[in-house]
Ligand binder design. Structure first.
Ligand SMILES: Nc1ncnc2c1ncn2[C@@H]1O[C@H](COP(=O)(O)OP(=O)(O)OP(=O)(O)O)[C@@H](O)[C@H]1O
Ligand SMILES: [Mg+2]
Length: 493
């Protein structure tokens, strides 16, 4: 079964509709800035209007203070004059308390009801503020107010009765000025804050967003990775991290595309290779019929090798992916398998590379024969290549040794050579597909395949440290026997 289009391309999630900005950050910032500046202005205004009222009253009281001195010195002031003095202060009546006695010094009219009293010598801020707003919002122009302040010449206090009207108009004029001023200040501040935030924050964010949208259209295009600015603040950090993420993603995607193309190429190669091998099989079939004893000896091996190759191509094609089929395990005689490996690599007893097999007598491995053969061929071929890369060749020195033994339920196989050993680069990428090859013409797949196949058997493969050349150790555990079979065995025993 060839891989279908759907297998290779799982359905992508539908792209989300682009989000529209409704109430942008700039607008929010502008409104907030105006609000905050107004709030701050409001607090300052409440405090300053209370102070303005107290100062206004204090000024009146200090004029009253001077008049009280005059009235005290000359008690018989004509009515006309005392009215003029009171008018200049703006008061309706003037009194002073000395000792136990409160004296009315001058008055313009018969006393009427006084609604409020303000003692400027003792005024709490909160009370000053509430009273100021009462004067502004509640009082009418005709309401009378008694203001009390410090007295001259040993008196206890001076008090005046005045109408709230003039005070209120003075306060309104003051409020208008303050309002105008704070409007100007808040407009200037809001504009400054707005532009500062816009340039520091909103504009870079827009740039990043625009980049993300364009990157999303083609994440494999390196030119779309965000260009970094020289900023070193939080925005700079965001830019840096985003660019790094985009770079990683681009590389991963490129690698994936390369691998997908490679996969397709391998499938094609496999397909036609299978056909070519099938015709080679036909020729070797005919070859096997020749009476020559040498041909008779090798033809069956050739036939078997070709059969295996065809079966391998077939299974790779049917899986259509890099994944191996699960191992088909049965007891495999290791000695014979190792012999097969030697013959496949063309190593004769008189070869330039010595071959030593030291396998326990009758040792069987619980493994998939074809897969274990591929593992050993890959490792042994690497060893031969490593030895051949070194000149001159001396069979006494250049050796490959395969040992095999059983330890309980685990079979240990070691493949050792006396070659140059692993280079640092090959060691750094041990068992990684396409990464570790240092050989020209090497794909860097041999060790990755061996690793995958051994793991599929529940085993492990390691490079043994501290040996001459390179030594790989394979551990292949037997399949666990299901419980009911074990019980059956015991019953038979
Ligand atoms: N026995 C060894 N001695 C020294 N170096 C080795 C040995 N076996 C493997 N290597 C190093 O490990 C690298 C990776 O080996 P691997 O079999 O995975 O790939 P390859 O042999 O380069 O290519 P191929 O996919 O054709 O097998 C080799 O290129 C080589 O540098
Ligand atoms: Mg190799």
């Amino acid at each position: 079964m060839e891989p279908t289009h759907d297998d290779l391309n799982p359905p992508a999630a539908a792209p989300a509709a682009p989000l529209r900005i409704r109430f942008g950050l700039s607008a929010k910032l502008l409104v907030l800035t105006v609000l905050f500046v107004m709030l701050a202005g409001g607090c300052i205004y409440a405090w300053s209007i209370a102070q303005f009222r107290l100062t206004w009253l204090a000024n009146k009281l200090s004029a009253a203070h001077t008049a009280a001195l005059a009235f005290d010195a000359a008690p018989e002031v004509p009515d006309e004059l005392s009215r003029q003095i009171l008018d200049s202060i703006g008061a309706r009546a003037l009194a002073m308390k000395m000792g136990q006695q409160r004296r009315l010094l001058a008055t313009t009219e018969p006393p009427s009801e006084v609604l409020q009293e303000v003692d400027i010598r003792d005024m709490r801020p909160l009370r000053a503020i509430t009273e100021a707003f009462r004067t502004l919002l509640v009082a009418t122009d005709g309401d009378l107010l008694r203001a009390v302040g410090p007295a001259p010449v040993g008196g206890q206090f001076v008090e005046i009765v005045i109408a709230e009207g003039p005070l209120r108009s003075a306060m309104l004029a003051y409020s208008r000025t303050v309002m105008l001023l704070s409007l100007v200040i808040s407009a200037i501040t809001a504009a400054l804050v707005y532009f500062a935030l816009h340039y520091l924050f909103v504009r870079p964010l827009r740039r990043i967003t625009a980049n993300m949208i364009s990157f999303r259209d083609d994440p494999e295009d390196q030119a779309r990775i965000l260009a970094l600015t020289s900023r070193r603040d939080e925005i700079g950090l965001v830019e840096h991290e985003l660019a790094e993420m985009q770079r990683d993603l681009t590389n991963t995607l490129r690698e994936k595309t390369r691998l997908a193309k490679l996969g397709l190429a391998v499938s094609k190669i496999n397909h036609d290779l299978r056909n070519l091998l099938a015709s080679a099989q036909l020729f070797s079939d005919r070859l096997a019929r020749l009476p020559d004893p040498q041909v008779q000896r090798f033809a069956p091996k050739l036939m078997r090798a070709l059969e295996r190759a065809i079966a391998f191509c077939q299974s790779t094609l049917s899986y259509g992916r890099a994944q191996e089929p699960p191992p088909d395990r049965r007891p495999v005689a290791l000695m014979e398998l190792v012999e097969d490996v030697r013959e496949t690599l063309g190593l004769q007893p008189d070869s330039r590379i010595g071959w030593i097999t030291s396998v326990e007598r009758g040792l069987t491995v619980d493994a998939d024969l074809d897969q274990l053969l591929r593992v050993l061929i890959n490792l042994a071929r690497n060893a031969t290549q490593a030895l051949e890369s070194r000149a001159p060749n001396d069979p006494a020195r250049d050796q490959i040794r395969i040992t095999g033994r059983r330890e309980g339920a685990v079979v240990l196989i070691e493949i050792a050579d006396t070659g140059p050993g692993f280079s640092d680069q090959a060691r750094a990428h041990l068992f990684e597909a396409f990464q570790g090859s240092t050989r020209s013409g090497g794909a860097g797949l041999g060790l990755a395949i061996a690793n995958e196949l051994i793991h599929a058997h529940g085993g492990e493969i390691t490079l043994v440290d501290g040996t001459i050349g390179a030594t790989f150790r394979l551990k292949i555990p037997d399949r666990p026997i299901p419980l009911h079979e074990r019980r059956g065995e015991r019953a038979h025993a």
